[in-house]
Design a protein around this ligand. Structure first.
Ligand SMILES: CC(C)(COP(=O)(O)OP(=O)(O)OC[C@H]1O[C@@H](n2cnc3c(N)ncnc32)[C@H](O)[C@@H]1OP(=O)(O)O)[C@@H](O)C(=O)NCCC(=O)NCCS
Length: 330
């Protein structure tokens, strides 16, 4: 394993979800779906939906503010803000700059990362490089999405997503532990399996793109399932090999929340008892960039994580993008 110059740890977490709840039973009344099918196959009971004027940056800055407070820092001590999102407030400027302004964290550099459901994992990896190399001390990484804004609310695929944001502050550490390994992967051959086709340079907004509903997400569910259950084990086995750890050494897994079946299959392949796999998709569904940091915050605040615990993160998303990380909680 390559040794980092400075060890990196998570020193604070926070999360925020909108108040409005759409239950499966409500979706049954507006979509061709069934509440039972959604729970049995996806593990989802309900999801949070942002208000008409509530943006991704609104969720993101609230999660970020809580993480800074939980870290015991002031906003002026944040050197870098990374926002991982697939549903930015605007195409320009970055959502991170808007979050910076809402937080009034003007000492920070701010930029977005586009890796969809893997965005928070990518963001933590980028943050770690800056901290390990000594360039920055305290980095706020936020995963935030409002997929409700890009859902076709007449199609059954609407059931998968909810809105939410989570955040972590990463900092340096003088003792052993913290992040032990990362592996990130990308495969652009998957670019059409989960996509939001219009609104960029390929299909700028037009009457045609609106008529053809090209501003909504489009998903090939089968391809997502097949790819996810193949690449998650690959990434996980690689970080285990990098660290010299075995699957039995993992105390908790904090994964992306695509569907309960995808996580059960992944756990079965890697040989991890499912009771070690943390989930909260029953309450929030898939919040894309928000899943891992919201779950991390919940698990952290609940006191379930003990110093020395070995925690596995893993995510797969549109791109394809995927990866895994292992930390020793310090
Ligand atoms: C979506 C998924 C459950 C579909 O299951 P599948 O067996 O692969 O394939 P199908 O689309 O053929 O669906 C099979 C049946 O499930 C039911 N079904 C599928 N989607 C449904 C929905 N949203 N609501 C209710 N029933 C649904 C239908 O009965 C369907 O049969 P039909 O097409 O004859 O109506 C599965 O592919 C999956 O979990 N994919 C992962 C998607 C994911 O995690 N996305 C998150 C993005 S990271």
């Amino acid at each position: 394993m390559k040794q980092l110059v400075r060890n990196v740890k998570i020193i604070g977490t926070g999360s925020y979800v909108p108040e409005n709840i759409y239950t499966n039973e409500y979706l049954e009344t507006i979509l061709p779906t069934s509440a039972k099918w959604i729970f049995d196959n996806l593990g989802i009971k309900e999801r949070r939906i942002s208000g008409n004027h509530e943006t991704t940056s609104d969720l993101a800055w609230k999660a970020g503010e809580k993480a800074i407070k939980n870290a015991g820092l002031t906003k002026d001590e944040i050197d870098l803000i990374i926002v991982a999102t697939a549903t930015p407030d605007r195409l320009a400027p970055s959502t991170a700059c808007i979050v910076q302004d809402k937080l009034k964290a003007y000492n920070a550099v701010a930029f977005d990362i586009a890796a969809v459901c893997s965005g928070f994992l990518y963001g933590m990896s980028v943050a770690s490089q800056y901290i390990a190399s000594g360039v920055y001390d305290n980095v706020l990484v936020i995963g935030a999405d409002t997929f409700s804004k890009i859902i076709d609310w007449t199609k059954r695929d609407a059931v998968f997503f909810g809105d939410g944001a989570g955040a972590a502050v990463l900092s340096h550490l003088n003792v052993n532990g913290g992040f032990l390994a990362y592996r990130l992967y990308s495969d652009g051959r998957g670019k059409n399996n989960f996509t939001i086709p219009a609104g960029g340079s390929e299909y700028p907004a037009s009457h045609k793109t609106i008529d053809e509903k090209m501003h909504f997400f489009q998903m090939n569910g089968k391809a997502v399932y097949e790819t996810g259950t193949m690449v998650l084990p690959k990434a996980i086995n690689q970080v285990l090999a990098d660290t010299g750890l075995s699957i039995n050494d993992i105390d908790l897994m904090i994964p992306h929340q695509p569907s309960i079946k995808m996580l059960q299959k992944t756990a079965e392949i890697i040989g991890l008892p499912f009771k070690k796999v943390m989930t909260n998709m029953d309450k929030y569904a898939n919040t894309s960039g928000g899943t891992i940091p919201i779950l991390l915050d919940e698990v952290n605040q609940s006191g379930k994580i003990k110093p020395g615990n070995i925690i596995l993160f893993a995510a797969v998303g549109s791109g394809w993008t995927y990866g895994a990380a292992i930390i020793k909680w310090a």
